[in-house]
Design a protein around this ligand. Sequence first.
Ligand code: BGC
Length: 272
Amino acid sequence: MTTAVGIDIGGTGIKGAIVDLESGKLLSDRIKLPTPTGGEPDDIVATVVEIITQLGVEPGVPVGVCFPAVVLHGTTMSAANVSQKWIGLEAEALFEKALGRDIHFVNDADAAGYAEVRYGAAKGVDGLVILTTLGTGIGSAIIYNGVLVPNSELGHLEIDGKDAEKKASFAAKERSRLSYERWAKRLQKYYSHVEALFSPDLLIVGGGVSKSYEEFLPLLSLRAPIVPAVLRNNAGILGAAALAVPQGDKSVTVPQASVAVDSPGTKPKAAL
Ligand code: BGC
């Protein structure tokens, strides 16, 4: 069994669990703590340390962490819905110092999309899969034949001179008190634009509202099939954990949740 830990940092909660990477099932309880008010880096790092401690993660078990920003070589490059202090911060190194272990650090929607391809709605689907998460913002993941193209940020496409997520996210629906029908008109415009640019083979819609997909997905008319995510609240955890271990890397295979990685200090190279 290959195990890893996934941590999903969001605007309201930070979740973590130990994952079986072959089945995509959680091997531990899912621990969720509230995101500290203000979302300051040191407070979020302390919360992640608390979750890893509560999970009782053994040394050497790979840890993947996902975060709602562009992540370039471990540095957070944007902060659309989090504290501005994250911009230009060497976040991966900050977590590693506090945790005393290597981590793999990725964008939250990239993690969710990768999880859906590996374990969920796009399992076995070839070609171009685009996942979007509809939440406070709009996150996106582009995956071609199982390979993730990171940091696509399709939530920030400019449509009619406006940042798309400001009009079409779930938060925008709530802010403007839109019915599902009126929100679906905005979604139609958004997904038609995405489809015109990328011609995906499959569109997946994630985020908390995807559990109510029957209210809005049937109202959309697109060439590609558009389906709800199936991993729901666990997608970020599963994807972050899976991306922390390169597929086919047998050096991280262990009988239980305790792991002996190849050699101390050696960081597994992941898919991005
Ligand atoms: C951010 C993305 C993130 C998405 C969902 C957007 O505002 O720019 O990096 O993936 O929200 O959390």
